[in-house]
Design a protein around this ligand. Structure first.
Ligand code: 6PG
Length: 256
């Protein structure tokens, strides 16, 4: 695990955008297709907004970048509550990304029942997996974390935290529905923890004092049931991207 602390959220966003763009370009020097999974919240609204603004954005061949969501709110398409609504505005439209590379989770316009949206996403993942595997291995998962330590729509104490196990063919369950999210809206589709971790690298970004306790708990390996972010682990790298405020409780946690 690596922890990088920036002086403020503006520098964190710029640096993370540059890191993302350079990493995508490096991967594309070896192979054309790259799978990236993103979350909503401030990652979707603020952090990803720095990507098209970066002068490094042209280093990437965007036709080879596939975007997946770690979670989505089960509301109508285009609703301001949708995670993809913000990403459309700040990232996809400015870069004119091809729609076939944007692997959106279902809205209530697509399917009536949450469970059908869950099944559709599991199928979409399987279609892009190696033969016999349940999902592609993500190159980068870019997560935000709530002040309660949740990532994706995996909330503290919630039974979906236990869904799925990693196996030789990938996570046994990749996608689940949440009917009672403590953070509104209540109905969501989310990747399971093994699916979030089915990644070469996972980056978790958090800023502001309100996240300090959860950051300390996650990095200090609190129980996953208490701080779900403590269970996040990339196969090659787990990278925490913080500002001074969100990192402010770290030393006391590690000295415990
Ligand atoms: C969502 C997000 C969620 C988000 C965290 C952090 O649907 O709400 O995908 O996982 O990333 O809640 O959100 P903030 O960065 O806005 O605190």
């Amino acid at each position: 695990m690596t922890v990088v602390v920036y002086p403020n959220s503006a520098v964190l966003a710029k640096a993370t955008a540059a890191r993302l763009l350079l990493t995508l370009a490096d991967i594309q020097a070896r192979r054309p297709v790259v799978h990236v999974a993103i979350s909503g919240g401030s990652v979707g609204t603020q952090l990803l907004a720095a990507v098209p603004q970066s002068e490094l954005a042209d280093l990437v061949d965007w036709s080879g970048i596939h975007f997946w969501w770690v979670d989505e709110r089960f509301v109508p398409a285009g609703d301001a509550d949708r995670n993809d609504a913000a990403t459309d505005e700040v990232l996809f439209q400015p870069l004119a990304l091809p729609e076939q590379n944007l692997h959106r989770m279902s809205s209530t316009d697509d399917v009536e029942l949450l469970e059908l949206g869950v099944q559709a996403y599991a199928q979409e993942l399987a279609q892009h997996a190696k033969s016999g595997e349940t999902m592609p291995l993500f190159d980068i998962v870019l997560l935000g974390m709530g002040p309660d330590g949740h990532v994706a729509s995996l909330f503290p104490g919630h039974p979906v935290l236990n869904a799925g196990v990693e196996s030789s063919s990938g996570p046994s369950v990749t996608t689940v529905g949440v009917e009672d999210s403590p953070k509104p809206p209540s109905k969501r589709i989310t990747l399971t923890l093994p699916a979030v971790n089915h990644a070469r690298t996972v980056w978790i970004s958090a800023w502001g004092e309100g996240k300090a306790e959860a950051v300390a708990g996650a990095i200090g390996s609190r129980p996953i049931d208490e701080i779900p972010a403590a269970g996040v682990k990339g196969q090659q790298e787990t990278l925490w991207l913080l500002d001074v405020e969100s990192a402010s409780k770290l030393s006391s946690a590690s000295s415990k």
